[in-house]
Design a protein. Structure first.
Lengths: 190, 907
């Protein structure tokens, strides 16, 4: 057995709904690593196949962990979604599970303890940020749920985009904007 | 529905994936609008991500357009929009071109951005930089790595890690900063926009940056063994590392060091002792994993197993799973070490996780040894009532392999199987029990009578026709060999009276086999019984009875015997292939009857040797199968057969070989060159009755050279071998493979020989445009030296099965022994594996499993090509100072072969 010294621990994060369809699927694809044509990340068709059979094997089985197609898979089932973290066969099972717990915990905080398909889809921005703050292309970024959640920004609340800035700089900016517009029009010859 | 979704207004269709083109258009429109509406844009980015995360992707041009329009969003100051922008850029950077154009915007944010998105900017940077542009970011990275905010530091470290494959030299410049980060204390700062209602303290560091810094530092120091060693040693002795993941990583590194140099194990023992006590289960687990895989740490194994034992009763499924998986692994090699865990393992048999209970059962059974097998089986019998049929099958399968391992314990196992047979159960369960009993009969000959007796009782009351038929068949085969065959005749005839027609007809066949004993009184009573069957209502039964009676009354008794009990079986894969060919042929081929004579026949012993090997392996595979893709299952035996068949076909195409007779044996493929040389040459040795043919497979890996008239000049160092002929390869085009043959007449005796080989050929340049050699090119003669080929004892031997090795060993004459010392061998297990392969004999009494590091005994049995038995007992002793010492003792009917084996098996 050769010991693995890489930081690339997680192969993929998969969130499926209760019929095995994708909700959020992210295969790790490190930016500068040499391409490995065998890895699932490069083969979209096999990915779907993999997810389907994984779902069949784990659906309604609250096992937390399963060895599947030469991968260690830890997972957690919710009312109508399942969250999977997939790692190599020799990864530390407890570490992978900690990562899963970190992500699940963060989602609970961000989604106010209602992890279900509809809430995920409607807060997709925060969910994808949470996944991104947990795992960065295979490297585990953080496992503490509250830290992950605290890195996820909420959507901007106000939509009144026209704010009138009455400070000196604001007036100057307005003047600059007007001047450039006028200059444009002049150049186009009206 | 949650309160969060309640507030939304435009997500009535949220269940359906948004349309790709609509999202594309909406994005372009919204991102180019002025002024930018932050909320709407963030929502659109989320939709875009949803498409990407559902497996959709945009073609390169559209992706680039999107990328370009997203870069416009940098104008907007909203921090939560900016964070989303970075995530999208990260995802799109894989499919877009010109990603470099956003570098300056990202650099600005990575230096002076708001803490909400600064780490995101740094992480995105790794995606847009390449080897040439990374230079300019040195200062930025250095500052970020030492930043007090852990998110920024981690982001910089991870980005650097991603850059390693292309810019290791540049990343090396911040080695010192990385080193400092490991021991630095950092804080976690939250930004106001990410303020979710939650419990727990804020602004406390999670220390995860230690993990990232350590991971990066290892790769930066990788070239300098001393520095690396120093780092690992100091980190393992002081208490700097706080994060469990960092400790797990450090344990990996220590394992790596110990793999190459086991003498350093002493330095780390105290580290492992502390790690085993770590609060975090992942650290303790990793420590245990390392201790059980690195032989040098075997002093700690008792403590490690104690930790595993406590893990077995942990509340977290994952911990239990990891522990039982590891125990299962240990049980394959050192089952005696984990007997202490048996109590806890028994508790796991009803675990809610199926994988855990399967592992627990198989591990338990692996720990069985001669002394505790009986007790173990009793324990298992105790909980058999509580588990489902499916699980019982797993247990039965394990028992089955156990009975092959400990033939002398077959009694208790048989009674266990028999009890199960009497209990209620579905077809699959009963079938697996029957299979198990069949195996016991096959491989533990002394159990035959008691097994058959049990089976007879079973068919008295068997509801499954299929099982009854199989048992009757077996009774027919095995019954005549027992001391009281008449007993079985009664049982079989009972079936004829009581059962349905399918069972009746197989009972008739079984009855007829008893006639082979040749006892007149038995023959007479069988004839009477069969005559009664002639009045059966079913025509199949009548036919079979008539046929059997005819054979019984025939004068040529031997012919009848060959018909009823052939003693060999056809190689089924090849038979199938031939039949398919015949059936698919044109009409003319039907004029000639199917010719079955050239299908290889397998004698029973040979078939058993392979079967035994597969059965023993099967239990290990059954666990792994769960995790593996269902592969095309071709048994090793079938593969071996097909290969032989293929060789035979290839050889038969050479006219000179027609007179040599049947191919007796082909060796496995021997490499004569390295895999990456200009010409890759491998050799297969074919043994015929009076000849030996060396087949050289030559692969021309060059792209611009064609080889003509390729021959191998093989010179034996032993003059008894006379070269007959050489079959050259006429022309070997670039990047093709061909075979050349050299044939020798060999002496009748089985002796070794060394052939030195020289590849000779005429080399011609090839025009790359046409792929043909130039017309008038004469070429030049050249030669290429490859390694020599050795004729070894294994080339004359085929594996065979011995049910009782000791008695076979005692019965063989001509003992011969020799001693070897392998100073460079790594361990006994390696040598054993190599010997089994080289000798091509079959290991007996499960002696192929090496239990201890210090000494081992390997028992091998095989048959020579002339069908003479050969057995060998090989003893190993391992000492670190001298390597592996081997004593080979061989006995064979053929004295020459025995001597040859003992002297030459280790080269």
């Amino acid at each position: 057995m050769t010991t693995d010294v890489s930081l690339y621990t997680v192969d993929s994060v998969i969130i499926l709904d209760n019929t095995g369809n994708r909700v959020l699927v992210k295969y790790s694809n490190p930016p500068h690593a040499p391409e490995d044509s065998d890895s699932l990340a490069q083969r979209p068709k096999q990915q779907v196949q993999f997810e389907k059979s994984l779902f069949q094997k784990t659906h309604k089985v609250n096992g937390d962990i399963v060895l599947f197609e030469n991968k260690t898979v830890v997972y957690k089932e919710f009312s109508d979604v399942v969250i999977y973290i997939v790692g190599g066969l020799n990864e530390n099972e407890c570490f992978l599970f900690n990562v899963l717990q970190g992500l699940v915990g963060a989602l609970e905080i961000v989604l106010k303890y209602s992890i279900d398909k509809k809430t995920i889809q409607e807060n997709y921005d925060m969910v994808s940020l949470a996944v991104d703050e947990t795992i960065d292309d295979g490297i585990v970024l953080e496992t503490d749920p509250s830290v992950i959640a605290a890195r996820v920004s909420k959507a901007p609340t106000e939509e009144n985009s026209i704010k009138i800035d009455l400070s000196e700089e604001g007036l100057f900016n307005a003047f600059k904007f007007a001047r450039s517009r006028v200059a444009d029009r002049l150049q186009q010859g009206f | 529905m949650s309160t969060l979704s309640y507030k939304k207004f435009e997500d009535s269709d949220s269940g359906v994936l948004p349309d790709k083109m609509t999202v594309f258009q909406d994005c372009l429109q919204a991102f180019n609008a002025s002024p930018v509406q932050a909320k709407r844009c963030r929502m659109l980015l989320a939709r875009l991500l949803r498409l990407l995360y559902s497996g959709d992707s945009f073609p390169s041009t559209e992706s680039t357009t999107l990328f370009f329009s997203i870069s416009k969003l940098f104008q907007h100051k909203d921090v939560s929009l900016r964070q989303m922008v970075y995530l999208t850029i990260k995802e799109l950077s894989k499919t877009s071109e010109d990603v470099l154009m956003v570098t300056s915007s990202i650099m600005k944010d990575a230096q002076n951005g708001d803490i909400t998105y600064k780490p995101n900017a740094i992480r995105t940077l790794a995606r847009v930089l390449d080897a040439s542009t990374v230079n300019a970011t040195e200062r930025l990275f250095k500052n970020s790595v030492v930043d007090k905010n852990q998110s920024i530091s981690s982001a910089a470290l991870i980005s650097s890690y991603h850059m390693l494959p292309v810019a290791k030299d540049v990343v090396k410049r911040w080695t010192n900063e990385t080193q400092g980060t490991i021991s630095a204390s950092k804080v976690f700062l939250t930004s106001p926009v990410a303020n979710h209602e939650q419990y727990g303290s804020q602004n406390l560091s999670s220390f995860i940056y230690q993990y990232h810094a350590l991971g990066l530092l290892y790769h930066l120091r990788n070239h300098d063994k001393m520095a690396l060693m120093k780092m690992i040693q100091s980190l393992s002795s002081n208490n700097v590392l706080k994060h469990p993941a960092a400790l797990v990583q450090l344990t990996h590194y220590i394992a790596k060091v110990l793999e190459t140099d086991s003498s350093l194990a002493g330095n780390f023992e105290s580290y492992f002792e502390i790690a085993l006590q770590n609060r975090s289960d992942m650290v303790a687990l990793e420590a245990v994993k390392t201790i059980v895989t690195i032989p040098a740490l075997s002093g700690l194994i008792v403590k490690a197993i104690y930790v595993l034992d406590t893990f077995l009763s942990a509340p977290r499924t994952v911990v239990r799973f990891a522990a039982v998986r590891l125990l299962n692994k240990i049980s394959l090699t050192n089952p005696e070490n984990i007997v202490v865990c048996n109590g806890s393992l028994e508790g796991l048999i009803n675990d809610s996780n199926r994988a855990i209970s399967t592992y627990a059962i198989t591990t338990l059974l692996k720990t069985g040894n001669n002394d505790n097998v009986d007790r173990l089986i009793k324990t298992i019998a105790g909980f058999m009532d509580d588990i489902s049929d499916e699980f019982k099958i797993v247990v039965i399968d394990s028992i089955r392999s156990l009975s092959l391992k400990f033939p002398e314990k077959h009694k208790s196992m048989l009674s266990f199987l028999n009890d199960r047979l009497r209990e209620e159960g579905g077809f699959n369960l009963k079938n697996s029990i029957i299979e198990a009993i069949f195996d016991v009969i096959k491989f533990v000959p002394e159990s035959r009578e008691s097994c058959l007796e049990k089976l007879c009782e079973f068919i008295e009351d068997c509801e499954f026709t299929e099982l009854a038929v199989r048992i009757l068949h077996l009774l027919g085969n095995e019954g005549p060999k027992t001391s009281k065959p008449t007993l079985y005749i009664r049982h079989i005839y009972n079936r004829v009276v009581l059962e349905n027609s399918i069972v009746r007809s197989s009972a008739v066949i079984a009855l007829s086999k008893f006639a082979l004993i040749g006892d007149a009184s038995i023959n007479k009573s069988i004839s009477i019984l069969l005559t009664r069957c002639l009045n059966d209502v079913d025509d199949e039964v009548r036919d079979r009875a008539a046929l059997a009676l005819k054979l019984l009354s025939t004068e040529k008794f031997d012919e009848a015997r060959a018909f009823i009990d052939p003693g060999f079986s056809y190689s089924l894969p090849i038979l199938e292939q031939k039949l398919a060919q015949y059936v698919n042929g044109d009409e003319e081929s039907f004029n000639v009857p199917f010719d079955g004579s050239n299908i290889p026949k397998i004698s029973e012993d040979e078939a058993r040797a392979y079967e035994y090997k597969e059965k023993l392996n099967s239990i290990e595979e059954s666990i792994q199968k769960e995790s593996k893709q269902p592969k095309e299952e071709v048994s090793e035996f079938a593969k071996h057969n097909l290969l032989q068949q293929q060789y035979a076909q290839e050889l038969s195409s050479i006219p000179e070989l027609a007179a040599y007779g049947d191919l007796l044996r082909s060796s496995h493929v021997v490499d004569l060159t390295e895999k990456e040389t200009e010409f890759v040459v491998t050799c297969v040795k074919h043994i015929f009755a009076g000849h030996i043919v060396l087949q050289f497979n030559v692969e021309n890996t060059l792209t611009d050279l064609q080889l003509d008239n390729v021959t191998m000049v093989s010179e034996p160092d032993f003059e008894e071998f006379v070269e007959d002929f050489v079959a050259p390869i006429e022309s070997l085009k670039p990047q093709t493979t061909g075979s050349t043959y050299v044939s020798f007449t060999r002496s009748e005796t089985l002796e070794g020989c060394l052939f030195t080989n020289n590849l000779t050929y005429i080399a011609k340049e090839v025009d790359p445009a046409t792929g043909e050699a130039a017309e008038g090119d004469e070429g030049f003669e050249d030669e290429y030296r490859v390694e020599s080929v050795d004729i070894v004892p294994g080339d004359f031997i085929v594996p065979s099965f011995a049910g009782n090795f000791t008695s076979v060993w005692d019965s063989l004459p001509n003992p011969c022994s020799s001693v070897f010392n392998l100073s460079d061998a790594k361990g006994i297990a390696d040598v054993v594996a190599k010997l089994i392969k080289d000798s091509s004999m079959s290991p007996c009494d499960s002696s192929e499993l090496v239990g201890s590091h210090a000494s081992h005994t390997l028992k091998l049995f095989g048959k020579s090509i002339n069908n003479e038995n050969i057995a060998a007992v090989i003893r190993f002793v391992y000492k670190e100072s001298v390597g592996v010492m081997v004593k080979v003792e061989a006995k064979s009917v053929n004295a020459e072969l025995g001597t040859f084996f003992a002297n030459e098996i280790i080269v």
